[in-house]
Design a protein around this ligand. Structure first.
Ligand SMILES: [Zn+2]
Length: 156
């Protein structure tokens, strides 16, 4: 469960009455609840928009999720901004598994965004440091058998 307060929930009684409700809300990036050691960060707001349908046994969420991730470039370690969008994702909740008066779908939002966030990023799709490093690799390769040995040594 996402432990902190977040706006990603809806009252079951309101939903039952309406049959279908539009949904739109934003949360601060602290909502993503990442480990403090995680190099991945989110900035701006986590944005969720779509609709939720009430059926006799199930609740259907149709949502588009947006977030801005920030992770270090795999080559130069500078922060890289990555727009994350999960378009029109469909999620079904069994009504008899919903505890309490509200459907809380914070975990679903968080997990979907994490799944869509790339694990690696490179600045502007091509790090300016890449050429410097590949030249270095090429040189190393001709001298040594392990071209990756020089990777951590190269700081200039
Ligand atoms: Zn870079």
């Amino acid at each position: 469960m996402v432990p902190m307060e977040h706006p990603f929930h809806i009252e079951i009684s309101r939903l039952r009455l309406a049959g279908s409700l539009p949904f739109e809300a934003e949360a601060f990036p602290s909502f993503m609840d990442l480990e403090s050691t995680d190099p991945l960060r989110y900035e701006g707001k986590i944005h969720v928009k779509g609709k939720i349908d009430y059926n006799p046994d199930t609740l259907h969420l149709h949502l588009t999720l947006k977030a801005t991730a920030n992770l270090p470039c795999v080559i130069c370690q500078n922060p890289v901004k990555v727009e994350v969008e999960v378009r029109d994702v469909h999620h079904v909740e069994m009504l008899d598994e919903v505890l309490g008066l509200e459907l809380d779908f914070g975990d679903f939002v968080r997990d979907s965004i994490l799944l869509e966030t790339p694990q690696r990023a490179e600045c502007l799709g091509k790090c300016p440091e890449r050429d410097t490093l590949s030249k270095h690799f090429a040189k190393e390769k001709s001298i040594q058998n392990n071209p990756f040995e020089g990777l951590e040594l190269d700081s200039d």
